[in-house]
Design a protein around this ligand. Structure first.
Ligand code: C2E
Ligand code: MG
Ligand code: MG
Length: 554
């Protein structure tokens, strides 16, 4: 054909009331006439050229894309029907091979009565954000085929928002929905044109990165997403700050099987969150091993209470002016026959995640109060309470019930909380703290100075005590730490809250804290945590020392 004829022929195709399109072997549209675009609900030809036909169909048609993908791969001519709505007129697509893998598509509307072979009962779209959904992701993964050099080009980027629940809890679900829509837009803008972005549900999103060099391609998308999520959002005139953690699994980079991509990205996401959020992590096989270990630990932890594997140790707290014993902090210990000693720093976070902390926390409180009743003297007992224990609204009743059943005087009990309690659901936590205080129980702010808004929390509740974190005590010989400790002590004096330093290990630290006006101390210098049956001896030794001292002074 001469050039002129080709041009005329091209114009005829453009004007035709039959839809025509040419796509590559990979399903990417290279050209299409306007009728084809109209039939596929595409506003302009440019909007489809260079994009994947399968993805477009998956998002807009009630049709399984598996059928379409298969038809596109078929070396011979194939026919397929698509439906926009469940009972709309079907669209007949005739697919024919042109040359070297290219396919020509001819599209025509069929009468409504025409039988459909590709009806699908589910949609592929998330109604809130307009992104694809889990079903779309599953289908795209199921039909994805490696091609030549692209064998390593599939990466799954899983995004989970940090602090989304707080927004929902404090600003309401309407604001939460608006936030999710804005997040969807930002994730879309951070990803490449050919990426598939889906909302998995809740505050979890996935970007499927199908073209580009891995793992660099996925890494740069992940970094962009984290950066965009760290910027403030404006919702109903309010500034909202969240963040995102990201887990990535890339085919041929630790993940050999495409069906494992989702699971592996999820494991990587878990690690990213554990690493402190606002960061990304790649899947590596060691993570799968760690997940198995964690599951085993969960099984053991769930059984530990029933098997009576927990005990409490008590660490003395002394008055700094005269060295007199004030009371003890209860510290939980897990002694497992196979694992040996497991540190609370290792199992408390897991117990919190599993929800097991409710039962463990109640046991700790009851045991500490019961054992304190057996001590010779009205010493106080401090019990650590996790932020999670404030979430189900039962903590006030539990404290009331434990006090009544053990007979411990409320003035002898003190709950140690961290600022995490107030960070979760401020109003709800505050209400419960006031209710506990009204029972006569003390509330101490533990690990003070390590959080990022400790000062504002001090202003919100009359804590009975501020516990100066051991990191500052340990740094007592650096001028910065000394200045911080001094500032906390005078803060306590001004707010009429007692101060106690934790982790006091040396005489030098003790003397410096005492000279600075700190009221009480706790640490290895005085005693390591001891079991309840050693308390009687500890008290009598202390009394003997005091007698010796006063005899010497006479
Ligand atoms: P925490 O409440 O700040 O407890 C103080 C930690 O410092 C304890 O560690 C204690 O043994 C340790 N410690 C005390 N004096 C010294 C010292 O002079 N030097 C050093 N290096 N360390 C000292 P432990 O018992 O391993 O507990 C760690 C954390 O686990 C606790 O920090 C607390 O947050 C949590 N925890 C312990 N028992 C419980 C519990 O019954 N319930 C909850 N929710 N958390 C608990
Ligand atoms: Mg504590
Ligand atoms: Mg502490």
């Amino acid at each position: 054909m001469s050039n002129e004829v080709t041009e005329i022929f091209g114009n005829c195709v453009q004007l035709s009331s039959i839809g025509f399109a040419v796509i590559t072997e990979d399903g990417v549209v290279t050209c299409a006439n306007s009728t084809f675009c109209e039939m596929l609900t595409i506003s302009a030809t440019e909007a489809i050229v260079g994009r994947s036909l399968v993805e477009h169909v998956a998002l807009h048609f009630h049709s399984t894309i598996a059928d379409l993908s298969q038809a596109l791969k078929c070396p011979d001519a194939a026919n397929i029907q698509l439906r926009l709505e469940r009972d709309s007129e079907p669209l007949a697509l005739q697919i024919a091979s042109v040359d070297s893998g290219r396919r020509m598509l001819v599209a025509a509307k069929l009468p409504k009565s025409a039988e459909s072979t590709s009806l699908n009962i589910f949609s592929h779209r998330d109604p809130l954000t307009g992104l694809g959904n889990r079903a779309l992701l599953d289908e795209i993964i199921a039909v994805w085929q490696p091609r030549g050099s692209e064998a390593s080009s599939l990466a799954l980027i899983m995004v989970d928002l940090d602090r989304f629940k707080q927004v929902n809890d404090t600003l309401g679900h309407g604001a939460g929905d608006t936030l999710l829509k804005l997040v969807a837009k930002r994730i879309k803008s951070a990803s490449r044109e050919n990426d598939t972005v889906v909302r998995m549900g809740g505050d979890e999103f996935v970007v499927l990165h199908t073209i580009g060099l891995q793992p660099i391609g996925a890494e740069s998308v992940a970094k962009r997403i984290i950066e965009l999520m760290s910027r403030s959002f404006l919702i109903d005139g309010q500034q909202v700050n969240i963040g995102a953690s990201v887990g990535i699994a890339a085919l041929n980079f630790g993940t050999d099987n495409i069906t494992d991509l989702l699971k592996h990205a999820d494991l990587a996401l878990y690690e990213a969150k554990a690493a402190g959020r606002g960061t990304f992590m790649f899947f590596e096989p060691a993570l799968a091993m760690r997940a198995v270990e964690r599951r085993n630990l969960e099984v053991d932890l769930r059984r530990a209470l029933g098997l009576k594997e927990f005990i409490l140790m008590y660490q003395p707290q002394v008055n700094m002016t005269d060295g007199a014993l004030q009371g003890f902090e209860a510290l939980i210990r897990w002694q497992n026959p196979a694992r040996g000693f497991v540190s609370p720093s290792d199992f408390i976070p897991l117990a919190e995640e599993m929800g097991e902390i409710h039962a463990i926390g109640e046991w700790t409180l009851r045991t500490a109060c019961k054992e304190a009743m057996s001590w010779d003297g009205n010493f106080s007992v401090a019990v650590n309470v996790s932020p999670i224990q404030f979430e189900n609204g039962r903590i006030v009743d539990i404290v009331r019930n434990v006090l009544a059943s053990t007979g411990l005087s409320p003035e002898r009990l003190e709950l140690e909380i961290t600022e995490g309690v107030l960070m979760k659901n401020f109003d709800n936590a505050l209400k419960q703290l006031w209710a506990i205080k009204s029972l006569g129980v003390g509330i101490a702010m533990d690990d003070f100075g390590t959080g990022y808004s400790s000062l504002s929390y001090l202003n919100s509740f009359p804590f009975s005590k501020i516990k100066i974190d051991q990191s500052f005590v340990r740094g007592e010989n650096s001028p910065k730490s000394r200045a911080l400790v001094q500032a906390i002590i005078s803060l306590g004096e001004n707010l009429e809250m007692k101060t106690i330093a934790e982790g006091v290990e040396t005489k030098e630290q003790y003397d410096q804290l005492a000279a600075g006006g700190c009221l009480a101390a706790q640490g290895y210098l005085i005693s390591r945590p001891i079991p309840t049956m050693a308390i009687a001896d500890f008290i009598s030794n202390l009394r003997n020392q005091a007698t010796l001292k006063s005899d010497k002074n006479e």
